[in-house]
Design a protein around this ligand. Structure first.
Ligand SMILES: O=C(O)CC[C@@H](O)C(=O)O
Ligand SMILES: [Zn+2]
Length: 485
């Protein structure tokens, strides 16, 4: 049995009540629903570890962490949470950057760590059924072993979980070709906030039987229920991927190069980063400088080149771009190992700059708007952040930009985040002007909640609230994320 004396003592009366209720819920889980001691943690180190994601804004303060082993065990917990009015925070790999998986208010965290099995493979359907705690890389490796491919990929694939990817509709570096996680989810098993188990769409390609509730749970950040299993579609593996890294001195040229390549080649990636990113990467000593001289902007693009004519075409486009003066320098991979080395230039950025406690923006607009949008954002950033170092990078081929403001050493975290938040409104006004999104792929969580109205109308948010009431009438699912009740 769990030693409840290990529960932290909190000062507020309300929090004490939560802890007492949590204690009762944990006892019932053990006595009536088959939870053993290894499935419940209340020690300080665990509360700290499972109570937060990669966001640096909030201090974790959950009341317990539970590790169900089945959908039935998840259901038992959700029903008890309704009965005892305890808020539940679902937790995947906790690699999120918007505080969607942070439990800072006495919540019970439900970790899917022990639900990490590949359940069944349907070769004729190119479909695999997995538990929600399966790590992204585990699914990618499983697909590879079947000579197939799971294409949603990003730097945190080694620790993010499929359930979390579904909760945030994760994107990443291959969206330009393969879309977001949503595109690969063919079926879901969920426990709704009410405590019902639903099996949604059951993997089918064709199913015209009314509302597709599966879609509601994708990107819901665990506010409607908990995804416990998913049927994920797999694809044929890409052939002979080739990577080019190109240097440019003007942002407009980045977009011209994108248009030139896309007119003739199906790109699997078109990523962008700036000089500041390269500067920080080089300081780590883990990545090689792509060219002799630095350029202001860099693009990493990737395409399949199984046949000579495709490579010839790519080279011809490259030469045209050089002749037009858009590209200053370029390098192309000659092997898979070289391609992987070049990818480090893009994949290592987020982790590399994390030591500067960056303030993150993850914004998107239509590709057609990107040049004007960037120009407007740059004007604001230069005027409002004259003393801050700024790192620009992102998935520019799909209109998604990561704008990271780096914290100067002499500013405290609170002071710095405070200053950034005042500039946010100006940035998001520009996002709104172009009909863009205040969170392209990281989710809303708590960090972007105050700005949701820049991307969603009040009427639309009211509809979201009504939907939540149907699936989670007592508001126990990840309360405080996306919008307030
Ligand atoms: O750290 C960031 O701002 C972005 C993280 C991730 O979405 C990426 O594209 O590398
Ligand atoms: Zn990204």
């Amino acid at each position: 049995m769990t030693d409840f004396s290990a529960l932290p003592t909190l000062e507020a009366g309300h929090a004490l009540t939560t802890l007492a209720l949590t204690e009762q819920v944990l006892s019932i889980l053990q006595e009536q629903h088959g939870y053993d001691a290894s499935q419940i943690k209340t020690d300080t180190v665990s509360l700290e570890h499972w109570g937060k994601d990669w966001t640096k804004h909030f201090a974790p303060a959950p009341s317990a962490i539970v590790f169900p082993k089945s959908t039935k065990q998840v259901q038992a917990l959700v029903k008890l949470a309704n009965e005892y009015n305890i808020v539940i925070t679902p937790s995947g790999g906790r690699t999120g950057l918007s505080a969607g998986a942070v439990a800072s208010n006495g919540e019970i965290v439900v970790s899917l760590d022990k639900m990490n099995k590949i359940v069944q493979f349907y070769p004729a359907d190119r479909l695999v059924e997995v538990e929600a705690g399966v790590i992204t890389a585990q699914l990618q490796q499983f697909a590879e072993a079947q000579d197939l491919y799971y294409p949603v990929d990003f730097a945190s694939a080694g620790s993010s979980q499929i359930g979390g990817n579904i909760g945030t509709n994760a994107g990443g570096i291959k969206v330009i070709r393969y879309g977001m996680t949503r595109q690969w989810v063919m079926g879901l098993t969920v426990v709704t906030g009410k405590g019902d188990i639903l099996k949604l769409n059951r993997g089918m390609i064709k199913n015209a039987t009314g509302y597709d509730l599966r879609q509601l749970f994708i990107g819901a950040e665990g506010t409607l229920g908990i995804v416990t299993e998913a049927q994920m579609k797999l694809n044929r593996p890409p052939q002979d991927l080739t990577v080019m890294v190109l240097g440019m001195d003007e942002f407009d040229h980045v977009m011209q190069v994108l248009a030139a390549f896309q007119a003739q080649i199906d790109l699997t990636a078109f990523e962008f980063f700036d000089e500041v990113a390269v500067d920080k990467l080089m300081a780590t000593g883990h990545v090689q400088e792509p060219f002799e001289a630095r350029t202001k902007y860099y693009v990493l693009l990737e395409f399949e080149a199984p046949y000579e004519p495709i490579m010839d075409k790519a080279m011809a486009i490259f030469e045209d771009c050089m002749d037009n003066g858009w590209i200053v320098d370029g390098v192309m991979s000659q092997s898979m190992a070289q391609a992987m080395d070049l990818w480090k230039l893009r994949e290592y950025i987020s982790e590399t700059i994390s030591v500067f406690t960056p303030y993150k923006n993850d914004i998107s607009v239509l590709i057609s708007h990107v040049p004007n949008f960037i120009h407007d954002i740059e004007t604001i950033v230069n005027a409002k952040y004259p003393d801050f170092e700024i790192c620009w990078f992102g998935h520019i081929g799909d209109g998604n930009l990561h704008l990271n403001i780096l914290k100067p050493e002499n500013l405290s975290k609170d002071e710095f985040f405070g200053q950034c938040q005042t500039v946010n409104n100006s940035i998001f006004e520009v996002v709104q002007k172009y009909g863009g999104s205040i969170s392209a792929e990281h989710g809303v969580g708590m960090t972007k909640k105050p700005y949701l109205h820049y991307s969603r109308s009040e009427t639309e948010i009211d509809y979201l609230r009504e939907i939540k009431k149907v699936l989670d009438p007592n508001g126990i699912m990840n309360r405080g994320k996306i919008f307030d009740l």
